[in-house]
Design a protein around this ligand. Structure first.
Ligand code: IVH
Length: 678
């Protein structure tokens, strides 16, 4: 088939699949099928770069990091909502409407009030052209490139879109993703987020779209701004948003009366904990556009809508102490020890204060009464200090320590960074953290915090490699370690030697390298040795690895002590296997390939990356060990040599065919397709 037609067909199929998945919540393609089509389109576009369109699903993360965001003046103001805290205030809202509309009846739409970040997206002739944050309501920031990375946002509207259409909605992070992301960040030594709202806002305001692409952002649309199509009612507008492929909240309800509004609010309140994202109330909106016009607005809040908040699920308690814990990357984290209190079904006795800035911002002091809630329904968060309860003589401000509370070394805070770190690499607290991280990543069952602390205190273990060489009697000499637990632990250590490369890389504890990055590195380099040899360029060319992360990895790998520690682990018998699926299948798995000549669809670097991602190795010279030579146009002596030695040779189209042989594509699908599932 004509490549141009095929590309268009694939794009249409992929777009339709995303629409069914995100908007209709009724997927028709499996992840693997979606992924196969996606890969086919990628290959096709690579072979025919002229066929790439801006709205192709392959082009979500395309833009280079920017210095700062441009400003966008909203064509129509982005208003904010007045709040109703109790039933009476809803009554007053309804009463005001009744006064202004006279006898005329009003219908309402009740929607969940999402706790995220308002954005507006401009579509021209169905194409997504610009997206902005709300800002002050009049002028926001241009976050187009970041919004493009959100998979629930269509780059091209479905059906028969209006010439101009501005969709408004809320970007947010689902609760479960928030918790997972924070755990992952903690493991990677990155600062944790305070709550889903903050993390959504922070993610959308990343200067590097690749970073945004890694965050589990989602969106619901709930209003239309400027539009060449007009609507008689909000309910119609919501239906139209869906038709165009813009996700709306399935919990939205059309209500004929105030009683129905109240019932809808109660129903949402009942299920708020079962809803997979945070909501903090209901938004009640007049349905008729004509009525909305007549009701108008008072300064920046419309009279036709109100945010009816849920009662806060916050409990008051006392901060009994603030202590500072030291993590494996040396990060100093202030933690509040609380008088135990029951919130949202569990007893909470401590809450992280994240870092110095956060502590200052909230101005939490020992002895303060505070309100506590559970962010994302899980993570205890101090919402605010009850300043009125502070004794008249005040309380002393908390000071972050100037030296490490674990080892007494200097602490350091990089300008522009939120985290203060202990500068002593052999700090016992860091070492305990590194051991625990290593044990968790390598699945060494039974090596818990207590044991790690004792191993460090006794000086028996200085790096994770020591775990593998420590003799049995030394293990037995540890307090509270009996024969049985030592044997179990030794068996677990033995088992852990057979591990996957991604686990091994993640166990190294490189800053900013979480599980996803470890997997990308494992796929790209295929062995620990190849990773050790990686240049900064190599690291930067890894898909989904941004410049900052690449820099961290490079810095880590350049340090002699890290290289030595890594080698010692390998010498201790750890044998990380390349990602099973990569090596198990496909024509490049375990093969040595030589590239020569030039290809139209691939640079040398791209071809190399494709081969390495499939478990192959690219060599510079042809020898008897060469499995395959890819000869582009104007190939010279290497081609001749290959022919002399009888090495298999393919041209560009043969190469492209080999890239499409399954094995690799299936494995990618299992790990979550590139576009379909977040
Ligand atoms: S409608 C004038 N609908 O609440 C109407 N807003 O204080 C403006 N929000 O900035 C928006 N859920 O960030 C609307 N279902 C919903 C909403 C919602 C959350 C946020 C939005 C807005 C703020 C208004």
């Amino acid at each position: 088939m004509d490549p141009a037609r095929r590309a268009e067909e694939l794009r249409a199929q992929l777009r339709e699949a995303s629409h069914r998945y995100y908007v209709l919540d009724a997927p028709t393609l499996s992840d693997a099928e979606y992924d196969r089509l996606f890969r086919e389109l990628e290959e096709l576009e690579r072979a025919h770069p002229e066929l790439v369109t801006r709205d192709s699903p392959t082009q979500r993360v395309g833009a280079a990091p920017s210095e700062k965001f441009g400003k966008v003046t909203h064509s129509r103001q982005m208003m904010s909502l007045a709040n109703a805290m109790k039933d009476e205030e809803l009554g007053e809202f309804a009463e005001r409407i009744r006064r202004l509309l006279g006898e005329e009846k009003a219908r309402f739409v009740v929607e969940p009030k999402l706790d995220g970040l308002a954005v507006t997206l401009r579509y021209e002739n169905g194409k997504f052209v610009q997206g902005a944050t709300r800002g002050d309501g009049l002028v926001g920031e241009d976050v187009t490139q970041n919004l493009r990375t959100i998979k629930a946002i269509p780059l091209q509207l479905a059906g028969d879109p209006p010439r101009l259409f501005e969709a408004r909605g809320e970007v947010f992070i689902p609760k479960a993703d928030f918790v997972r992301m924070n755990e992952e960040r903690e493991r990677a030594g990155e600062p944790t987020f305070v709550n889903p709202r903050n993390s959504a806002a922070g993610s959308l305001r990343q200067l590097d779209p690749r970073e945004t692409a890694r965050r589990p952002l989602s969106i619901f649309f709930y209003e239309v701004g400027e539009s060449s199509e007009k609507f008689a009612s909000h309910w119609r507008k919501l239906a139209r948003l869906r038709e165009l492929g813009l996700r709306t909240n399935p919990e939205n309800k059309l209500c004929e009366s105030l009683e129905e509004v109240r019932a809808a609010y109660q129903a949402l309140l009942q299920k708020r904990h079962d809803i997979p994202y945070e909501i903090d109330g209901a938004v009640v909106k007049v349905d008729s556009e004509d009525q909305r016009r007549r009701l108008g607005a008072v300064s920046r809040t419309p009279r036709w809508a109100i945010a009816w908040k849920f009662p806060a699920e916050e409990e008051a308690t006392t901060v009994e102490n603030i202590f500072v814990s030291v993590g494996r990357t040396g990060a100093l984290t202030p933690v509040a020890a609380l008088k135990p209190v029951h919130v949202g079904g569990v007893t909470v006795s401590r809450a992280t204060l994240h870092n110095e800035d956060e502590l200052r911002r909230k101005d939490v002091r020992v002895g303060d009464r505070v309100f506590l809630r559970r962010a994302g329904d899980v993570i205890p968060e101090i919402v605010r200090v009850i300043v009125e309860s502070r004794p008249p003589e005040g309380l002393p401000e908390f000071q972050m320590p100037r030296t490490c509370p674990a080892c007494g070394a200097e602490v350091h805070r990089e300008p522009g960074e939120a985290i203060t770190r202990c500068t002593n690499l052999s700090c016992p607290a860091q070492l305990v953290g590194r051991l625990r991280h290593f044990a968790a990543a390598m699945d060494v069952v039974g090596l818990g915090e207590e044991t790690c602390i004792r191993l460090v205190q006794t000086g028996l273990v200085k790096t994770p490699a020591d775990l593998y060489t420590l003799p049995r009697d030394q293990w037995l000499s540890l307090e509270r370690m009996g024969e049985k637990s030592v044997d179990n632990l030794l068996a677990a250590l033995e088992r852990s030697k057979r591990t996957s490369l991604r686990r091994f890389i993640s166990a190294l504890g490189i800053r900013l390298v979480g599980e996803a990055t470890a997997l990308a590195l494992a796929r790209r380099f295929g062995s620990a040795e190849a990773l050790l040899d990686a240049s900064l360029d190599d690291l930067q060319s890894v898909r989904d690895v941004g410049p900052e992360v690449a820099g961290q990895i490079f810095e880590f790998l350049q340090k002699p002590e890290n290289r030595a520690a890594l080698r010692r682990l390998l010498e201790a018998g750890i044998a990380p296997e390349p990602e099973a699926q990569v090596s198990a299948a496909g024509p490049f798995a375990g093969k040595t390939v030589v590239l020569t000549g030039t290809m139209a669809g691939y640079t040398r670097e791209e071809a190399k990356a494709e081969i390495e991602r499939r478990g192959g190795r690219v060599a510079g010279t042809v020898s008897r060990k060469t499995d395959l030579v890819v000869a582009g146009a104007d190939a010279g002596s290497k081609l001749k040599k290959a022919e002399e030695l009888g090495v298999r040779v393919v041209d560009e189209s043969g190469f492209r065919e080999l890239l499409q042989v399954p094995g690799f594509a299936q494995e990618r699908a299992e790990a979550g397709g590139p576009e379909h599932r977040g």
